[in-house]
Write a protein that binds this ligand. Structure first.
Ligand SMILES: *Cc1c(COP(=O)(O)O)cnc(C)c1O
Length: 353
């Protein structure tokens, strides 16, 4: 009963019926505005004929491809039904009641849900200047701390952890605490100072890097993500994961998506130019946008964010109100296609009048 159910949005057709709108646009879940990688879609089509077979439980081709891309060994990679699934494996493998797991407040809701599911205790540390407060997290470590969740770039604020700051942090953290670095948006981070967490993955540190195909690769609907970690940690996760947790279409799609370099480049370009356009236009409306390293950013709307959310919805534009994240006057906007971005700006202009 201590777990609040994850609040998913209503299906778009349902919302449209309810509000009597049509052609609405969803800029709420940080999804890829270009759609899925076309090469991934083609791979899914090709693999549909073998849906009567169980998936390859070892994820042979995808793991091999990832290992090659990342310059890692295959025994350092664990596939998941989305990176959410890997978070669940980590908490099940390493946390028992009485253990504490540190995370920021606010943070990605799955950390808290998974930690509570195994009876362990989430301990939250407020953000500082909208970023991850590594000193605050360090100060919150107790003898019960077993796991730390860091999100880089951070959701919902878009800030990054720098390599230098992380190095200082790591030096002071006891060696038996698992440090999970969730890099769901890492493909969008273009800043040279950004932490390269894979550098720390290996026998020297219990650092686990989480990545996903849900955002930059446009495959949120088919559910595929992975963790990179020392092979000993990976060995524990393999013991407890469901043997067929990465479905066959997802594996085929992800292999193809990794080859679709043109799509990834186009995605990043679309997001970066979209951010520049949106920040300029929204700034022109007299509103403050916060700098970002991801495919979304926060806007200070200077009034009740739930009301702005509702008003935008009536204009057919779906964003995320940050009121439940402790920012009663902020909304989070995911970057869309150029025409969607323009529609957001017009709707915002109307709503803020
Ligand atoms: C979107 C997102 C994920 C991705 O989750 P999947 O289960 O891989 O779809 C993970 N972490 C954060 C912080 C996210 O925003």
């Amino acid at each position: 009963m201590s777990i609040k159910p994850y609040k998913t949005g209503k299906p778009m057709d349902e919302l449209e019926r309810e509000y009597g709108i049509s052609n609405s646009i969803k800029l709420a879940s940080n999804e890829n505005p270009l759609g899925p990688s076309p090469m991934a879609v083609e791979a899914i089509r090709k693999n549909m004929d073998t849906l009567h077979r169980y998936p390859d439980g070892g994820g042979y081709y995808l793991t091999a491809k990832l290992a090659e891309k990342l310059g890692r060994r295959t025994d350092e990679i664990v596939l998941g039904n989305g990176s959410d699934d890997v978070i669940g494996m980590l908490t099940r493998a390493f946390l028992v009641p009485g253990d504490e797991a540190l995370m920021t407040l606010p943070s990605f809701l799955m950390y808290e849900i998974m930690v509570r599911t195994v009876g362990a205790t989430p301990v939250t540390v407020p953000l500082k200047d909208l970023g991850v407060d590594l000193d605050g997290i360090k100060a919150a470590v107790t003898p019960r701390t077993r796991m730390i969740f860091l999100t880089n770039p951070n959701n919902p604020t878009g800030t990054i952890i720098t390599q230098a700051a992380f190095e200082r942090f790591l030096a002071d953290i006891p060696e038996d605490i698992i440090i999970v670095i969730d890099e769901a948006y890492i493909e969008f981070a273009a800043d040279d100072r950004c932490l390269d967490s894979l550098k720390f993955v290996g026998p020297d540190y219990p650092v686990v890097t989480l990545r996903t195909f849900s955002k930059a690769y446009g495959l949120a609907g088919i559910r595929i993500g992975y963790g990179v970690m020392d092979s000993e940690i990976a060995g524990y996760l393999h013991r407890i994961r469901q043997p067929f947790n990465a479905n066959s279409l997802a594996q085929a799609a992800a292999v193809a998506a990794l080859d679709d370099e043109a799509f990834l480049a186009e995605t990043i370009k679309t997001v970066h130019s979209g951010i520049a356009f949106l920040m300029d236009e929204i700034g022109g409306l007299g509103l403050t946008c916060f700098p970002t390293h991801a495919n979304f950013f926060l806007i200070d709307v200077g009034r009740n964010a739930d009301d702005v959310f509702e008003a935008l919805l009536r204009e057919g534009v779906i964003v995320r109100s940050m009121s439940s994240y402790g920012f009663p006057e902020y909304i989070r906007l995911s970057v869309g296609l150029p025409e969607e971005n323009r529609r957001f700006v017009s709707a915002m202009e109307k709503v803020m009048k």
